[in-house]
Write a protein that binds this ligand. Sequence first.
Ligand code: FAD
Ligand code: DLZ
Ligand code: SF4
Length: 521
Amino acid sequence: MADKNRVLVPILGDQLTPGLASLCDCSPDDTIILMMEVWDEATYVKHHKQKIALIFSAMRHFAAELRAAGWSVDYTKLTDTENAGSFTGEVARAVERHNPRAIHVTQASEWRVQQSIDEWADKFPCDVTILPDDRFIASIPEFHDWAEGRKTLRMENFYQEMRKKTGLLMDDGKPAGGKWNYDAENRAPPKKGLTAPERFKPQPDDITREVLDLVADKFADHFGDLEPFEWPVTREEAEKAADWFFAERLADFGTYQDAMIHGEDDLFHSMLSTSINIGLLDPMELCHRAEAAYHDGNAPLNAVEGFIRQIIGWREYVRGFYWYHMPELQTVNEMDAHRPLPEFYWTGETDMRCMADSVRSTKENAHAHHIQRLMVLGNFALLAGITPGEVEAWFLAVYADAFEWVELPNVAAMALYADGGKLASKPYAASGNYINKMSDYCKKCRYSPTVKSGEDACPFGPLYWHFMDRHRDRLRANHRIGRIYANWDRMDAEKRQDYLDSAENFLGSLIPAKAGWARAD
Ligand code: FAD
Ligand code: DLZ
Ligand code: SF4
């Protein structure tokens, strides 16, 4: 049946928010909402099985929520049609079915998808309106205005603007407690025996079970364990997960933000990124709750400021940075890195205990926490000079919270310094001493961070010096690393050569990943 005069509102898998911009000016009796499970989105990289299950289950639950609220939802399941291929293909079919008078769509979070949406106005015989995604605190033009003309873009400056804009942790125009940033109090190493309270783990209902069967059947060759599947897939579950975090973990979130413990996969982290990224939780609401916990005396300032900084600082900043630097950000390789990704990023089969544990958590949970991503998995790729495109595809494929707008700046610019320093003032390069200080990994590792070269040396040590040595011309002018070259130059020549030989031997032993893990052959 043709529904002339109705408005078609396509909603994408990370737009699961009732107050979405494209729904605001519509009423249920004048609108058809279109939701589409499509092969292109599930396979442009071979996402972790849990990520596909998360998106499909959350989409199906959201469709049910919308229907219960009186909306008409046209929902295409992946197996409904033979060729549920792409967003544009499905919208074309929906235009034929419904003959809408207009399409209203909220801007896609990712450049790749937005490129295809930009073609809809020419393709379809109706008006197409693209609305800005107002679920972020800073709009894309606002970030652009802030960035334009600045020599360097730094999160800290942007974050202060966001604190002023939102009024979060502000006392009479000044930062609460007198400082903008309590990062220095967010770096405690793990105490012996430190454990974190369990997080809230929702159990699959019938809708999720059906999706899990679908994923097991259609995506068996994708990376990662499908079960246990413990991600929130509804607003209600996500809110329970947030309640749990605020009650059980926030108070220690700040102090142990950078700590790593073997087998303690998420420590005091919130595990809320998937829910925030797909629209089940409102980032500002979370920040207000964190601020209230501080004012009520339930969490210290270093925890609350740290949490708020991740959200209105880093999360907003990387999103603005992404749109400011796309599409060039996809191909940056300022460090001239060309080594293939090692196979152990997929198998976890390495004697490096820190890497093996981070890959294990990634495989089992579709998650690793920030310091595992940055200072273990990212740091290794930086030091070993792995091709940015391969590292980016890995990070995009393996995490349930991975969307290119947040993944790419974190990987290319933060972890790999492949943008040459537009985001970070220096590479996040570290030897095994950092990992040894911040984790319990090294104690039972086959390597030792105190052995400096040779077979038993922690590979991060020689790799660190190899990295510094080969990038001397690029990095020595950076005043934040000049001191490192002074140390290198003070070492005797034999010791320096030992480091470089150990690194070369180790790099020569790496087995490249087979094709087909991240993308279909
Ligand atoms: P918490 O530690 O509890 O932090 C609270 C929230 O702050 C997170 O839920 C997230 O929304 C936000 N946040 C924290 N750090 C960042 C950051 N650097 N950038 C953006 N938001 C941040 N995050 C993703 O959401 N998707 C990704 O694909 C992703 N890829 C990353 C790749 C690398 C190499 C690095 C270094 C970081 C990446 N991050 C990514 C950021 C961060 O690691 C995750 O957001 C975090 O681990 C999610 O777990 P959590 O919810 O427990 O976070
Ligand atoms: C990640 C993902 C996957 C796996 N599948 C779908 C899908 O079938 N349909 C859908 O609407 N969204 C999916 N997503 C999320 C999208 O990739 C995400 O919404 C866009 O990339 C945002 O630009
Ligand atoms: Fe990782 Fe090196 Fe420590 Fe082993 S010794 S866990 S490789 S940092």
